[in-house]
Design a binder for this molecule. Structure first.
Ligand SMILES: CC(C)(COP(=O)(O)OP(=O)(O)OC[C@H]1O[C@@H](n2cnc3c(N)ncnc32)[C@H](O)[C@@H]1OP(=O)(O)O)[C@@H](O)C(=O)NCCC(=O)NCCS
Length: 254
């Protein structure tokens, strides 16, 4: 291959040939689940049993969380404006950002950078919480508006435990929950984003893929909402009474 060609290590295609990470697509279709195939394409290797079950649980865990999250409102609003399905889904994905779906990336980054140090996880957890408090930041992946205990977190960690799976990131995640409670006096449970961050970090995924896990997981949910909006609601729907009060200048002349 000449030097000026693009190079990719992901998929090799040719007439009648599709090989993802070296495996024939028909072999993957028959022998791997969707979650295993996602693991394969992102990581380059097939998952073991524990990683396969965890990957599946991660992708299912964030598939939907009701009609109120910003990305769902985005998808439904774009659809309601009279746009195509792909525009609605793209709109929903565009709403995902540092404050919605972004906690996986931010949390995994902190966990991965701090576990590179040699200290015990309980020492690291205390130092992280001190650093966050000094810099007036929150620990991403902890706390939830609705759930006192996020049921998805317990299930992910339970699957990991069943396989004797887990390393310093899951341990650090748990230690952070304890340290946050001790130092802030608040119960800030590990939410699903924090749990996913810990699990993907123990699986060896780069924190920069964090938002990607949320996007892959939430996509079917966005599709379902956009389709429901398309088929069940009138166009240009107002989502409830105007959720704002005008507090700008009174009427005035130019
Ligand atoms: C998810 C979240 C927005 C829910 O917030 P909430 O329950 O409405 O709580 P509030 O934003 O009103 O915060 C209440 C107090 O708890 C503190 N707090 C909340 N989450 C915190 C966190 N993750 N780390 C440190 N402190 C936190 C706030 O600083 C605030 O303290 P103050 O009253 O002294 O100012 C919040 O916990 C958060 O920002 N978490 C981090 C981001 C995250 O994980 N997002 C993904 C959610 S699935």
């Amino acid at each position: 291959m000449s030097e000026d060609k693009w190079k990719t290590a992901i998929t090799d295609i040719g007439p009648g040939k599709i090989r993802v990470r070296g495996y024939d697509i028909t072999d993957i279709m028959e022998n791997l689940s969707y979650a295993e195939a996602v693991y394969l394409i992102l990581k380059g290797e097939k998952p073991g049993r524990a990683e396969a079950e965890l990957m599946n649980a991660i992708l299912v865990s964030s598939i939907d969380h009701g009609a109120s999250p910003p990305s769902v409102l985005g998808a439904r609003t774009v659809m309601s404006g009279g746009n195509s399905l792909n525009a609605a889904i793209a709109g929903g994905v565009l709403v995902i950002g540092d404050s919605h779906g972004g906690a996986i990336e931010q949390s995994a980054r902190i966990m991965q950078e701090w576990t590179a140090k040699d200290d015990e996880v309980s020492v690291l957890a205390d130092r992280i919480v001190d650093w966050l408090r000094e810099t007036k930041k929150r620990m991403p992946g902890f706390g939830h508006r609705l759930h006192k205990t996020d049921p998805r977190t317990g299930k992910l960690f339970q699957i990991a435990e069943r396989h004797g799976y887990g390393g310093r990131h899951i341990d650090l995640c748990r230690a952070l929950e304890t340290s946050l409670a001790e130092k802030t006096g608040r119960s800030l449970p590990i939410n699903v984003d924090g749990a996913i961050a810990a699990v993907i970090s123990d699986m060896g995924f780069d924190w920069r893929l964090g938002k990607g896990f949320f996007i892959i997981s939430r996509l079917p949910g966005l599709l379902a909402h956009a389709y429901e909006e398309m088929t069940r609601e009138k166009p240009m729907r107002r989502l409830g009474p105007p959720p704002y009060e005008y507090d700008g200048p009174d009427e005035r002349e130019v």
